[in-house]
Ligand binder design. Structure first.
Ligand code: PRP
Length: 206
């Protein structure tokens, strides 16, 4: 299922991201704020367990996160969302997967994979600002399924309908959260109107 954030602050920040004149420092700051909004929204997928807590006055009911939370940023661009999620979900364990997309053939190359041991209680938030053709994300979800992942949530900043459809078809049980759904892909597989290459713009390697 697809969830698109509807928030004026996020829309303003996406505009900063889109603007090709935005320098890396402002790009990073806007990404951090959008990441925080996405992390807050992601919390709706978290299960809770109840516990007892002793206040200074009496014992009462309290809550803890019921899932084993795993953050899996897809390098490089996914690094831009990690800190916002750690800030809100400090219980999380963190893995990394490194993928690059050949810009001519769109073939996916996996150059790094370090996923923490998963349990039936694991809930994996896959962090990647861009969901374009969906190739990188399908590859990541397949890798997670091989490792036994049962619950996965995709967290993106900008998504193309083509990528969303591909995920919904191949992984109907995976939730997709994004902050904006763009018009589509151009002939090179880039999201339009988009924001360019999030990894390059965040890391200042344009
Ligand atoms: C970009 C982006 C996603 C992927 C999306 O990464 O960050 O990971 O492409 O495209 P897809 O949905 O068509 O697979 P890129 O390969 O440019 O690497 P980078 O993050 O290191 O810049």
């Amino acid at each position: 299922m697809l969830t698109v954030l509807d928030n004026p602050l996020v829309r303003r920040d996406i505009t900063f991201l889109r603007d090709k004149a935005t320098p890396p420092d402002r790009f990073r700051a806007a990404m951090q704020r959008i990441g925080t909004a996405l992390a807050v929204e992601s919390a709706k997928f978290l299960g809770m367990r109840t516990l007892r807590v002793q206040t200074p006055l009496e014992e009462t009911e309290g809550y803890a996160i019921g899932h084993d939370v795993i953050l899996l940023p897809v390098l490089r661009a996914g690094a831009s969302l990690v800190q916002a999620f750690i800030d809100l979900m400090p219980e999380a364990r963190i893995g990394y997967i490194g993928l690059s997309r050949n810009e001519e053939t769109l073939a996916i190359h996996e150059y790094y994979c370090n996923i923490p041991a998963l349990t039936p209680e694991s809930l994996v938030f896959v962090l990647d600002p861009m969901l374009a053709t969906g190739g990188s994300m399908c590859s990541t979800l397949e890798r997670l399924q091989e490792r036994g992942a049962k619950r996965m949530v995709i967290v993106s900043v900008i998504a193309a309908p083509e990528g969303v459809k591909r995920i919904e078809t191949a992984f109907p049980n995976v939730q997709i959260l994004t902050s904006t759904l763009d018009r589509g892909l151009n002939e090179h597989g880039f999201i339009v109107p988009g924001l360019g290459d999030a990894g390059d713009r965040y890391h200042g390697t344009v």
